[in-house]
Design a protein around this ligand. Sequence first.
Ligand SMILES: Cc1cc2nc3c(=O)[nH]c(=O)nc-3n(C[C@H](O)[C@H](O)[C@H](O)COP(=O)(O)OP(=O)(O)OC[C@H]3O[C@@H](n4cnc5c(N)ncnc54)[C@H](O)[C@@H]3O)c2cc1C
Length: 390
Amino acid sequence: MNDTSFLNWPFFEERHKTMALGLDKWAAQEIAPLGDASEPKNNDQLDAMCADILAKLADGNWLKLAVADGNNTAHDVRSICLARETLAKHAGLADFVFAMQGLGSGAIALFGDDQQKQKYLSDVRTGKSVAAFALSEPDAGSDVAAISTSATKDGDDYILNGEKAFISNGGIADFYCVFARTEQGTGAKGLSAFIVDKNTAGLDDKTRIDLLAPHPLANIKFDNCRIPKSALIGEEGQGFKIAMAVLDIFRPSVGAAALGFAKRAMVETIAHTSNREAFGGVLADLQMTQSTIADMAVSIDASALLIYRAAWQKDSGQARITREAAMAKLFSTESAQQVVDSAVQLHGGSGVVAGAVVEKLYREVRALRIYEGASEVQKLIIAKQLLSGS
Ligand SMILES: Cc1cc2nc3c(=O)[nH]c(=O)nc-3n(C[C@H](O)[C@H](O)[C@H](O)COP(=O)(O)OP(=O)(O)OC[C@H]3O[C@@H](n4cnc5c(N)ncnc54)[C@H](O)[C@@H]3O)c2cc1C
């Protein structure tokens, strides 16, 4: 981390500063080499890299920041965001592994019963178990209320049928938090959340999808999967509320990951333009370069203010931060895309060479404007809240 002055902002307590500086130092030793390494050539290599990162994060005791312990200790959203920003600066895949443990277990931490918390959370916190969040479907991405995966009561069990699409950690997860329809024709109101173990008969998570910036991703099919009633998280019909509560916590952190990419792009840009000789000086001497750098800096600070405002509000006891989280995610992911694009531009040809840091960042940052609610959906959320007086 170069400029750490933001850690003195009033959003943070001393413990946040200590944690962020400690994680940055640790990540520089343990994680940065992974960011510099060449990318995996196939899913086996990718999965092995994720397992390696998970073990390192567990060993460093960092996963506990993403996964609440379930003993009335809430997620500390500022810590999650600071950790994601820091990890993203060093290696996008490390940010992914960290965030998914939290996103995948969030429904259990927030709404699970004591047995579910005991069974799952400690293993996710210690990296013994990999978690995933399965909401999207082939015909229900932005339109969550269109979910058609069904969970039908059969005695004391539920029978799950349907398909989930674009599920991160798909194929490597030990369990999936699955959102399925328990009541037909009732839109978002008829959804419920379930824990589905990987080895459940009828679950197929082998259809992997390759990404612009690789991380494990798969479509998941449920063919008459029998799951016990004890796998229901919360109550029937609470699924939409549960999913949105989890996203409230993790949406600002998507912005934080984007911020980490943008900050890394800035570091690379300052180094490159300060050394690249042109027109009798260096690129950084040119006023148009300075103008671009200034725009990048303003975007970075504005993003950070929105992210840590949302996180601070949640940590200060505000039950829901739907509007603030949407603003943070929307602005930070859109502006990080622009910052990274400017960094590539200022690197000239060297910025589009495969494997260059800014070239990787350019690919890493793109999906963040789409998942956990595309930018257009965030705008709808913000406007809806304002128009309804929330
Ligand atoms: C890398 C990656 C990881 C993911 N991981 C997960 C995961 O772990 N779990 C999970 O459940 N899902 C995951 N997803 C799915 C993700 O949440 C969806 O892709 C996203 O919600 C958009 O849905 P869609 O792809 O079906 O696009 P669509 O819903 O078809 O939308 C396509 C585009 O249309 C526009 N649009 C949509 N709605 C509106 C609107 N109302 N008004 C104006 N424009 C609109 C947006 O630009 C949007 O990008 C992941 C996706 C990606 C790409």
